[in-house]
Design a protein around this ligand. Structure first.
Ligand code: SF4
Length: 396
């Protein structure tokens, strides 16, 4: 795996170190190799950040570790709870303020029974999991403070990019979110869909993924992690190569052709729809997995019947499922989400062409925690307006 320029492990934040990095750091202090795994386990599997509590370490090592800042480099500024149980955590980092969102997999009243199934990864049921579905939680996390991509419907990109988050700040979101689980809840899925473009910031994102999936740490399953990108082709290729296609991939396509896409996704000037689809065709997907195509429906822009037909046509040779997202209200965007009947018709047309196509359930919109609303705190349109359209999905 490539991780960009070589760094001295001692210069990494302790939460960003893998066991092999700890080996280097601890060897300099004369410690045997196995101590590295012990320290890593305390920090990530146990969530223990106080060296004095690391009871299987010798006293001199515990003493030495007190000279490092082992705690998470983030503080919880506030917690906002939506009626549907979604919790948005506003985190204060060094010179940054980001949000992550805990989304319980509860089924809102009146939602179709198959909605939960639609939300699951394709081969999900192969994976042993003791937690009842009602107690599973998905965490949506951020990788940047702001975003450079400038998608017109998105609050996160409004102010441009302030800075990328470091690996330890990405890992910290998971650690903090675990502390905010309610009794019986089980953190099951991670989606890199919060503020920022994860692949614009590849090295830190990749390091965080390695830490989070390491067997001696949290040991999160790569198949339960989804990285969402606006379509940065070199990053898609690297992610596929570095993780053998095991990390789930979601691509924000939002249009079936360059003419429409260029109106809403400025990055389309760099990587065209054809470039992106070519990279997806080469992504080394494991058997029975599919790439998620995200498509935000914007009234009068990309929601016409011919757009649905063209989308189905350009995707027909790929192993994908389509996730339709009625655009959330974002103040000042001058755009509106497609009306429910338009969303339903669009889904119908794509599904009739033989593709799996779901409408994402809106979660947490009363606390601005819904898709495209992170970092935005203005007024919202009536969220009921777009609810209950077609089949539902709350997937990554
Ligand atoms: S949708 Fe994603 S890539 Fe586009 S501006 Fe928002 S955070 Fe950035």
């Amino acid at each position: 795996m490539s991780d960009g320029a070589e760094v001295d492990p001692a210069e990494l934040h302790p939460l960003a170190r893998l066991p092999e990095d700890w080996e280097v750091v601890l060897a300099r202090a004369g410690e045997p190799r196995f101590r590295a795994r012990q320290v890593f386990r305390w920090l990530h599997a146990q969530g223990q950040h106080s060296p004095t509590e690391m009871t299987n370490l010798p006293r001199p090592l515990r003493q030495q570790l007190t000279s490092e800042t082992l705690d998470v480099p983030a503080a919880v500024g506030s917690v906002h709870r939506a009626e549907d149980g979604t919790r948005k955590l506003v985190l204060e980092l060094d010179g940054a303020r980001v949000e992550c969102v805990l989304i319980p997999m509860t089924r809102p009243a009146g939602e179709a029974k198959d909605a939960d199934l639609a939300a699951l990864p394709d081969d999900d049921d192969d994976v042993a999991d003791d937690a009842p579905r009602s107690q599973r939680v998905t965490l949506c996390l951020s990788t940047q403070y702001g975003c450079a991509m400038g998608c017109v419907f998105c609050a996160s990109g409004r102010a441009g990019l302030v800075r990328g988050l470091r690996a330890e700040e990405i890992v910290a979101q998971v650690q903090i979110a675990r502390r905010h689980l309610e009794p019986g809840e089980h953190l099951r899925n991670l989606v890199f869909m919060g503020m920022g473009e994860p692949l614009h910031h590849y090295d830190e994102t990749a390091r965080a993924l390695r830490v989070l999936t390491h067997a001696d740490g949290l040991d999160l399953s790569p198949r339960r992690i989804t990285v969402s990108t606006v379509g940065l082709v070199p990053g898609i290729r690297r992610l596929g190569r570095d993780f053998s296609g095991k990390i789930g991939l979601a691509v924000s396509l939002h249009a079936p052709n360059d003419a429409v896409r260029a109106q809403i996704v400025p990055m389309n000037q760099r990587y065209s729809v054809a470039d992106i689809l070519a990279a997806l065709a080469e992504y080394p997907l494991p058997r029975r997995r599919r790439i998620t195509i995200e498509y935000t429906l914007i009234a009068g822009v990309n929601d016409r019947p011919e757009h649905a037909e063209e989308l189905a046509r350009v995707l027909r040779r790929l192993r994908v499922k389509v996730n339709l997202i009625p655009m959330n209200a974002v103040a000042g965007a001058g755009l509106e989400g497609s009306p429910p009947e338009r969303v339903a018709e669009f889904r119908e047309r794509v599904a009739r062409a033989g593709l799996s196509c779901f409408v994402r359930v809106r979660r947490g919109d009363d606390v601005s925690a819904a898709c495209g609303q992170l970092a935005y705190s203005g007024p919202l349109v009536d969220p009921a307006r777009l609810r209950g359209v077609g089949r539902a999905s709350r997937e990554p």
